[in-house]
Design a protein around this ligand. Structure first.
Ligand code: UDP
Ligand code: MG
Length: 144
């Protein structure tokens, strides 16, 4: 659990396009430079079933099938981040979903290729952050 009530945890994913292009170090470096702490970290390849479960909220959207194809196209690197207002700070650092609309200096502006292959994922609220962190990490992995 976060150390104080002002502290939050959020989930970050370096998506398959980032891993393929060796951008993980730069992305994690930008996270650390912002002051957010990496609490847990691992690389894995999602199965189709896991990708569909993770993005369940989007299952009725037209991009769902293509998104799941993309997210299973290669390994991802997932991280649990911690800091004050971590959820909002990580969303700001990522930039808008569409890299073409993302602000200068954001990760999606720098590294995103299109609205689907947009380099990174970030949780959007406290409830989703808790669900998404628990999806990938066990209590013992978050204990450090
Ligand atoms: N996505 C897509 N087409 C769209 C919108 C989203 O392929 O029109 C993909 C994109 O990879 C995005 C993910 O689906 O990151 C989840 O969409 P969401 O609206 O939750 O955006 P995010 O929270 O990632 O900014
Ligand atoms: Mg989202």
């Amino acid at each position: 659990m976060p150390a104080s009530s002002a502290m939050e945890q959020t989930l970050a994913i370096c998506k398959p396009d980032s891993v393929k292009r060796n951008l993980v170090g730069q992305i994690l470096g930008q996270i650390e430079a912002s002051g957010l702490q990496i609490k847990a970290l691992k690389r894995l390849t999602l199965t189709r079933r896991q990708a569909e479960a993770f993005y369940d909220v989007h299952k009725e959207r037209p991009f769902f099938s293509s998104l799941c194809d993309y997210m299973t196209s290669g390994p991802v690197v997932v991280a649990a981040l911690e800091g004050e207002r971590a959820i909002e700070r990580w969303r700001e650092l990522m930039g808008a979903t569409d890299p073409a609309k993302a602000a200068e200096g954001t990760i999606r502006k720098k590294f995103g290729q299109n609205i689907e292959q947009n380099a990174v994922h970030g949780s959007d609220a406290k409830e989703t952050a808790a669900r998404e962190i628990a999806f990938f990490f066990s209590g013992i992995e978050l204990a450090g």
